[in-house]
Ligand binder design. Structure first.
Ligand code: MG
Ligand code: MG
Ligand code: MG
Length: 308
């Protein structure tokens, strides 16, 4: 049998990386040994912390795929967030918790979507459904992704199901959620190794609506001021990125994980969309977004609605 490649989105986060690893593990348990987890780019500091903590190897980077390659997508479905050439691949399965957009296949497939806070919450259900044991390592990886995607249950994307499953997983992994979670999230705020160009690409997603190309990147921090020290440099690389990729609106969310707010750097020829959507004036290319931590629930829906 041909190999099946499993991967999450570009600019991978902890959910994309761990869900690929966990999905490979599940497939093998179900008898499909011709599977392999990959990543579509450099792992961030938070994910690095998680993999070190549970002593799990980083997946290899997938540089390209062949036509008709068998693939399983986790934590994304939108083609622009996937590997180049994905439209010609044979997508066997999708396990995801995002809105479905920019996605179509030539063949029938297994598609599992649930409006929960994390892909791992859906994978937990699949383990239960198939009666596959969740060991300590797998539990630790799943739990880490839930903490990451829900910002320790504080994001509006977090559901009761995510919380309940996280508690179950914490028991198996023998981990104190609060202590471990804060340590893990803090690890992700270490930007010391990253150039401004890399910072805007750590966690960046593109969305198109009514012909407007919008890019929303997010960085977590314990100090917004610290990140803003480099505002000029960040703006320069954002401008260059927009020019190269034909982006009309670039929002960089600098999210304070302690107080659950975001400061946004907003650039482009369609900044009016952000001003109207959030009902705020941009000053010094910035706006403060009180209580905003989720790009998926609190930013993209608003930008899409006001992109006219
Ligand atoms: Mg993700
Ligand atoms: Mg996710
Ligand atoms: Mg995320």
């Amino acid at each position: 049998m041909e190999k099946t490649l499993i991967f999450g989105h570009k600019n991978p986060d902890t959910d994309s990386i761990t869900s690929s690893i966990v999905m490979e593990h599940l497939e093998r348990k179900l008898g499909n040994n011709e599977v392999k987890a990959y990543k579509l780019g450099k792992v961030n500091k938070e994910t690095e912390f998680v993999l070190n903590y549970f002593k799990v190897a980083e997946p290899e980077t997938l540089e390209s795929i062949e036509e008709k390659a068998n693939v399983i997508l986790v934590d994304h479905n939108t083609f622009s967030q996937s590997i180049d050439g994905i439209e010609k691949a044979n997508i066997l399965k999708v396990i995801d918790h995002h809105c479905i957009t920019g996605f179509e296949t030539a063949n029938p497939l297994f598609y599992m979507a649930e409006p929960v806070g994390c892909t791992e919450t859906i994978l937990y259900g699949l383990y239960k459904q198939h009666d596959v044991e969740i060991d300590k390592t797998i539990a630790g990886l799943m739990l880490s992704a839930i903490i990451s995607d829900t910002l320790l249950f504080k994001s509006p994307t977090c559901t009761e199901k995510d919380v309940q499953i996280a508690k179950e997983l914490a028991k198996i992994a023998e981990i104190d959620i609060e202590t471990y979670g804060m340590e893990m999230l803090k690890a992700g705020t270490d930007l010391s190794d990253f150039s401004p160009e890399e910072i805007i690409n750590i966690d960046s997603k593109k969305m198109e609506a009514n012909g407007v190309n919008m890019q929303v990147a997010q960085v977590n921090t314990a100090s917004i001021e610290e990140v803003l020290k480099d505002q000029d440099k960040l703006e320069n690389v954002m401008q260059a990125f927009m020019k190269e990729n034909g982006i009309n609106l670039f929002v960089l969310l600098i999210t304070d994980i302690v107080n659950s707010n975001s400061e946004a750097i907003v650039l482009g020829d369609r900044t009016d969309i952000a001003e109207k959507g959030f009902n705020k004036k941009i000053e010094n290319n910035r706006m403060f977004l009180e209580g905003v931590v989720s790009r998926k629930k609190q930013v993209f829906p608003i930008l899409i609605e006001f992109a006219k």
